[in-house]
Design a binder for this molecule. Sequence first.
Ligand code: NAD
Ligand code: DAU
Length: 359
Amino acid sequence: MNILVTGGAGFIGTNFIRHARAVKPDWRIVNLDALTYAGNPANFEDLAPKQAERYRFIRGDIGNASLIEQIFSEESLEGIIHFAAESHVDRSILGPEKFLETNIMGTFRLLDKSLKFWKTIGRPDGFRFLHISTDEVYGSLGPNGYFTENTPYDPSSPYSASKAASDHFVNAYFRTYDLPTIITNCSNNYGPYQFPEKLIPLMILNILEEKPLPLYGDGKNVRDWLYVIDHCDGLIKVFEEGKPGETYNIGGGEERQNIEIVHLLCDLMDKRLGRSGRKSSRGLIHFVTDRPGHDFRYAIDSTKIQQELGWSPNHRFEEALEATVDWYMNHMGWVNSVRSGEYRKWIELNYESRNKLAK
Ligand code: NAD
Ligand code: DAU
């Protein structure tokens, strides 16, 4: 298989490429990534000497139509696995435009060039387009119920609205032009290589550095957590065995309130750092102004992918969270390399404004 992965230098894309190398030795991957603040080519440095034949990296924008056309002309692609996106809800609130450009227009350009290419290969099943999306397109749940593939779309943030729009375009290309597309909508991922502006890595690093732990609102919002490698296994299943035109929800079945996660991280890290009593990290928790339009709860019903494709998560939350903590503590070189000047500016912008509002 020769596959184009977009956004392969980001969190899930990196884990996907590294995992696919191990479990799919006959795959060759072309990684197209613009290397925004969230993408890091150093994620593959340790593989470099061994990977030349099975890996090609191209720095570029999914919205660059002539580049996409060039890639199709150079590579005999058998599929696209499309991760590239602006992915952070808080950034979408403070600056939505980029989200429309990448998540909507970028996806449209990939679809359009894919269609043109697919029509030339003469085998309807010789190519497939897997679009990686999110459970956030379904909006917010109350204390009960689950998102199924039939839940109506009801996005709250500019991020989720842009992902919802991209999902609609993917479906439109299937229904209108028969392009073999598949969508997955997944819950919150955690694990190695996640950019430290998202809840879990941000809290790990703030605990380590004894900085305040900023919990939005009352900290009782609920997310459904999935270890990133379980997500990657689900994506391989869907890419290989999923049915074109279908959507598959992927979730961990591990619902936790944000405050429960932060407590767990404090306790795990205090054990490693020898902190206790008045020094314990729970004392660093600060409640700050809530995220506007903050979805209360996400929870996925994964019955379809479990029954039709035989996928289920292999990692338990508490154990994989512990492994994630150890990964960050053992990879401070990686952490420091991604915390650039741009990163520090973001932290100031997001949390300074919250602190001012909270006063
Ligand atoms: P990320 O922000 O860590 O990585 C995104 C990657 O896309 C980066 O490497 C970035 O450089 C690249 N990129 C951004 N704009 C680009 C462009 N215009 N052209 C080419 N590359 C570009 O994101 P992630 O957390 O790895 O998420 C990957 C995908 O999975 C996204 O589509 C996201 O919506 C979806 N998703 C994420 C989660 C999660 O919990 N992280 C859950 C469900 C779905
Ligand atoms: O559900 C899937 C989505 O999960 C993906 O589509 C997104 O790309 C991914 O970023 C993630 O979105 P969230 O908004 O759920 O993730 P985030 O880590 O930003 O926040 C998780 C929860 O923690 C959310 O309820 C907000 C809260 N939070 C977050 C940060 C960064 C805090 O309380 N404090 C914080 O500092």
